[in-house]
Design a protein around this ligand. Structure first.
Ligand code: G16
Length: 543
């Protein structure tokens, strides 16, 4: 077949280390950067095939997001800007692990199975984060695309959600927006400025937000956004990559897991702060109070703020649309209780990974999805968008309904519906707080989190742990779930689960209970159970 000779030649320049086996994980491939050159070349091939199959532009983002600087990874983006469909993840794993001499056979197998018309043109958008390994790895992706005769557009340094946005804009022929960075900034900033008009006069202090850019691409891009914001929002950007190391003691993952502020940021009591992760697809908020206590507002608090805002607007607009919140097992028990019993919205729980939450959210008129780690967005069904647009254009409705419809319209425009987006989420949260005249402290008191703790345990092969019920129960190894059940019984308001990470070589342990001491103790005891029953390596977990 045409181009296969080229693939054969070019792949020799991106050889697979014999015997290396990697798995398509929670968000693509992710491991030490020095093991990834062949993966990148091959994902260039896969994206080209996917483009030929879907007759649409596909995206490839080179990033390892929250992982340390030494790691890297790749995320594939499907035509509407969503994550690669799970039915193709298997091909990704197959291509990644096929030995050098079998590469063409594997490629031909995929072409045959998917009945891909190889004469069709292919188009792939490529982006990368700020890691030192990203330029050469993204070149390997471009080489893969070229070898199979695909066209590529290299966006260079962009956040992951910016690349998702570009892909969606391209495949909707500009209906979703213009597929340029300028288009992205103007769409979001215009919507923000429209929303901000509904806020009563705010002092400079109220407009001020501290942003921890995790020393990554988010810092670069939020600075670019700044010039579009006029004076509606005043940002102080910390950890902008000029000094510190990517994700090192900073960024959304660090702040969420460690439950403390990042280094490199000076916080005065009451200052509203947020942290992005390494590729700016997650955001968490926080502040310290006058006693110096740290308060975290994670993805659950964000989902609650956004869904209550939307619910109020729907009521005021007189629109009967079904709204739901999608979470994972990591969602704090208090958040789920508040959403179900006080707000009375539908709550769904899925496995970890935005692709799972995204699909569940698509089942509703409005689906708000957030992982507790701050990765999330809002999806509006086509029908819901149509009803909102129609109402906003209606000249025969009263002022209250009109105002709510216009607010909903601008809310749709400020949201990046393709994937969680720290910049877009930040603007939406800032707009909501401004419109409601709400301080970060008031937002925090909507409900109180149950104390919780997350730990990691090293085991020789994390795949020995299999889970069910949206990862809330372990099916294997034998005896582990019983052990967890017995431990949970010892504490009040307790819950715990374990699952293998899909982005790091660890088993994650989550526990919550009535006090921080008990949550910590439960997490530690469950870690010991994992260590003992699932092949722990290295030192036994310490309290
Ligand atoms: C990725 C996924 C998230 C997931 C996170 C951690 O985030 O997109 O959905 O929550 O990994 O996954 P795991 O617990 O399986 O390691 P990111 O921001 O690192 O790309």
């Amino acid at each position: 077949m045409a181009h296969f000779k080229e693939v054969s030649q070019q792949s020799g320049l991106h050889p697979k280390p014999a015997g290396l086996v990697l798995q398509y994980g929670t968000a693509g491939f992710r491991t030490s950067a020095n093991q990834l050159d062949h993966i990148m070349f091959r994902m260039g091939l896969l994206a080209t095939l996917r483009s030929k199959k879907t007759k649409a532009t596909i995206g490839v983002m080179v990033t390892a997001s929250h992982n340390p600087e030494e790691d890297n990874g790749v995320k594939l983006i499907d035509p509407m800007g969503e994550m690669l469909t799970s039915s193709w993840e298997g091909y990704g794993t197959q291509l990644a692990n096929t030995e050098q001499e079998d590469l063409l056979t594997t490629l031909k197998d995929i072409v045959e199975k998917e009945a891909i018309d190889m004469s069709h043109e292919a188009s792939v958008f490529v982006g990368k984060d700020t890691r030192s390994s990203s330029p050469s790895l993204s070149q390997a992706v471009l080489d893969g695309i070229k070898a199979l005769g695909g066209h590529s557009k290299d966006y260079g340094l962009v956040t992951t959600p910016q690349l998702h946005y570009m892909v969606c804009c391209q495949n909707t022929q500009g209906k979703y927006g213009e597929a340029t960075l300028e288009g992205y900034y103007s769409k979001l900033s215009q919507a923000f400025s429209q929303l901000a008009k509904n806020a009563s006069n705010r002092t400079d202090d109220q407009k001020h937000l501290c942003v921890d850019g995790a020393n990554g691409i988010g810092a670069v891009k939020v600075r670019e956004l700044e010039s579009h914001l006029k004076k509606d929002l005043q940002l102080s950007i910390f950890n902008d990559g000029s000094r510190g190391k990517l994700n090192h003691q900073c960024g959304a993952d660090f702040v969420k897991v460690q439950q403390k502020p990042p280094i490199g940021i000076k916080i005065n009591p009451g200052d509203r702060c947020c942290s992005f992760d390494g590729d700016a697809d997650r955001i968490v908020y926080y502040y310290t109070d006058s006693k110096g206590h740290f308060h975290l507002l994670d993805g659950d608090k964000i989902a609650t703020l956004i869904s209550s805002f939307l619910k109020e607007l729907l009521n005021e607009a007189g629109l009967d649309l079904k709204i739901a919140v999608v979470q994972t097992a990591y969602a704090n028990g208090s958040s789920t209780h508040y959403l179900e019993n006080t707000m009375k919205v539908i709550v769904r729980c899925t496995k970890t990974g935005v692709k799972h939450l995204h699909h569940a959210a698509q089942e509703f008129d409005i689906g708000v999805y957030f992982e507790a780690n701050g990765h999330g967005t809002v999806l509006f069904s086509r029908g819901a968008e149509g009803k909102i647009q129609q109402l906003a254009a209606d000249t025969n409705i009263n002022d209250e309904r009109k105002k709510a419809a216009l607010l909903l319209q601008n809310t749709i425009n400020i949201i990046n519906q393709t994937v969680g987006d720290a910049i877009s989420d930040m603007l939406l949260i800032e707009a909501i707080l401004a419109i409601k005249g709400m301080t970060v402290q008031q937002w925090d008191t909507i409900y109180s989190d149950l104390p919780n703790r997350q730990l990691k345990v090293k085991v020789s092969d994390r795949r020995v742990i299999e889970t069910t019920d949206a990862e809330r129960r372990a099916v294997t190894p034998a005896g582990l779930q019983d052990a967890i059940n017995d431990l949970v019984k010892k504490y009040k308001q307790a819950r715990s689960f374990v699952r293998p990470s899909g982005t790091e070589d660890v088993v994650r342990v989550y526990a919550e209970a009535d006090t921080q001491e008990n949550a910590d103790a439960l997490a530690h005891e469950v870690s010991l159970a994992v260590y003992g029953l699932a092949g722990g390596v290295g030192d036994e977990p310490k309290p």
